[in-house]
Design a binder for this molecule. Structure first.
Ligand code: AMP
Length: 222
């Protein structure tokens, strides 16, 4: 099974992907995490991608499709994946379809998390992450310890460079312009399922699981 999570920045894609992969035993492919790691490691990909991430713009499609093609070629991708933050443009969606087809596979569902802009700005400007293990914190709902050290690994807890308000607004504009049209793309293919992302993490997760399980039952019946 291959799933993609669609939604604006801060819609909760990463949080839900981490829970879904445990339950459905799928590989988590977060293009944002791959790019952040490459920047941290100073690889050629990281050097190319850094300025896009800093400004909240999208990394060019050809680079993104190259990353996905390479990731899908690894053996752990055979059972299926949750794509988190990919595709983000129509050419990426076409590219993903072609890559999966080549592997005699396909996308099963596109799960779209809907969250109002004001809530996204509030969520993201209060978000903090560990710069070592990526653990999530939030100054309002899950405050980091006073010494700023991650509870899981002792790494430094930081604010992501693209989680400052001006960049968040740009990321929202980029989402509306380049990514939101994917809703129509997947709706036209009968793959789109919209889930209200303005609920508790547990409630969103329950709704996503129900949507996936309904889909699995329908496919088994056909
Ligand atoms: P995310 O962690 O998914 O919010 O991604 C952070 C940033 O990484 C985005 O604002 C983009 O600059 C870049 N990025 C992540 N995924 C993609 C993608 N599929 N296409 C282009 N850029 C991406």
């Amino acid at each position: 099974m291959n799933l993609t999570l669609l939604g604006g920045p801060g819609a909760g894609k990463g949080t839900q992907a981490k829970r879904l992969l445990e339950k459905y035993r799928l590989l988590h492919i977060s293009t944002g995490d791959i790019l952040r790691q490459a920047i941290k490691d100073g690889t050629p990909l990281g050097l190319q991608a850094e300025r896009y991430l800093k400004s909240g713009e999208l990394v060019p499609d050809a680079i993104m499709l190259g990353i996905i093609e390479e990731r899908l070629a690894q053996p752990d991708a055979a059972a299926g994946a949750i794509f988190d933050g990919f595709p983000r443009t129509l050419p990426q969606a076409d590219g993903l379809e072609a890559l999966l087809r080549k592997r005699k596979s396909r996308l099963n569902l596109c799960l779209s998390l809907e969250v109002p802009d004001e809530l996204i700005i509030k969520r993201l400007s209060s978000r903090r992450i560990c710069n070592q293990c990526g653990a999530d914190y939030n100054v309002i709902s899950n405050p980091p310890p006073a010494d700023g050290k991650c509870l899981k690994c002792g790494g430094q807890i930081i604010q992501r460079a693209d989680d400052f308000e001006e960049t968040i607004r740009n990321r929202l504009a980029v989402y509306r312009r380049q990514t939101k049209p994917l809703q129509d793309y997947y709706s036209g293919r009968g793959l789109l399922r919209v889930v209200d992302g303005n609920q508790t993490v547990d409630d969103i997760f329950a709704k996503l699981c129900q949507t996936i399980d309904d889909h699995l039952k329908e496919s088994a019946g056909n």
